[in-house]
Design a protein around this ligand. Sequence first.
Ligand code: FRU
Length: 538
Amino acid sequence: MKNKKYYYTLFILTVALIFATTSCKQNKTQNDTELVISEESQKEETLYRPNFHFTPKANWMNDPNGMFYLNGKYHLYFQYYPDGNVWGPMHWGHAISKDMVTWEEQPIALYPDDLGYIFSGSAVVDKNNTSGFGKDGVTPVIAIFTYHNMEGEKAGKIDFQSQAIAYSLDEGMTWAKYEENPVIPNPGIKDFRDPKVVWDETINKWIMSLAAGNKIMFYSSPNLKDWTFESEFGENLGAHGGVWECPDLFPIQVDGSDKIKWVLIVSINPGGPNGGSATQYFVGDFDGTRFILDEGFSGQLQDKNAVWLDYGRDNYAGVTWSNIPKSDGRRLFIGWMSNWDYARDVPTFKWRSSMTTARELKLKKNEYGFNLQSLPVNELFSYASKNIQKDSINSNEIEGLLNKSDINFAKLNLRFKLKDLKKEKYSLLFFNKVGDTLSLGLNNLENEFFINRQNSGEVDFSEKFASKISKVKASKNLQELKVQIVLDKTSVEVFYNEGETVMTELFFPKQPLEMFSIISNDETFSIENLNIQEFKFK
Ligand code: FRU
């Protein structure tokens, strides 16, 4: 019996051949041209449309916005330009999921108007109707977003960004903008955007964190309409290689204790640890007015300058869901899986960009202070359809193992002992027959984790895409290494030691990556435990 993958590969080769013959013809008729376009876009769908990462059906997407949970549904809005495949006048697109894995795109939620484009922001479920928008017992959902006034920007003004609200009385399907927008006019700050709002139950007020150039400003409000400036944070802390964007301030229980800490996520563009845009975080306390950095965490910052949520190049502008029920209790996150360095150049044309896998964030205390760990949400694993489980397997047995199976890699878990590891490089390779290779793993000479996509297929669309190998220092004194890898057609998300260190990166192979092996000069190297799950999606 021929395996599925064989057909899959054959199909792509066939399409490529048809395309090659058709495109050789001179004097194309319109029908020919349409045929070429549709074959090209079919190839793009097959080869690059992710299996399970959210992408819009067509056109440009960037940041996740306004995520909230209500009545069994996770809502995801996103920066969207419906008329082109590069950034343009921003709308909020919308998608809904029951499990944060399978998404259904919805009609556009918010359109630009006279006040400006609709930039990033958040949404909250106003259970107590503090805003007064609720009618006849219907709970309102409030979106809080930035208006970006293009005419103002073009005219060289600096006050072209302001904060505004809209409300929905049908669980986020349709929205009415507030007549008295903006709710926070611009105070004379050029970059003044991306409001993220949380209910602070200690002081019974809404707290907004807002990116303002090189710092975060906090505002409070009893009703989401009237806002008071409280304090600011971060001018001299963390990374400042670029402008601060998309903050998220939230309380979180320290894992394994009943203590509550507050985490402040801040995206920055450029200035990320491996180039371009990335997301850093801070751990501290919020006293209703100010965010006060935790002492231990401040020590971590002195060592490292900045601490990053993800050290790969493709996780940006991520924030967390609001209104997750207390009975669930998770802090759930999703990011934009791209980088402003090359987002508009990636070789997909029908749509541009996808989101990361939805992740659960946990705050763990360790010997250094605090670590914000992330792992894919458990819901993803309910799609597992095939399971390969091996104990104590030598690295040279791996290749055969997977070549014979028809696994369409989706999740791999590996565990190995580190204390006997040599000063060598341990690389996991994903590759195909045409020579595209994605490699990642541990460089034990430098004590670094790495992802190398320099030979992963299409890389020339931007000079910045594969100019460097991404790296991050591994924590010292590791006894054991657990690696969880989530693989889709064009992305890899690597979670080391329960998400203590995360790396997310894109790649665009010329054919699907179908083979897997482990390369090292250490011949005695063996994997204590290997588990591979294939996911099935309809
Ligand atoms: C982050 C960002 C936000 C802004 C949005 C515009 O990627 O620059 O600061 O609101 O994108 O699309």
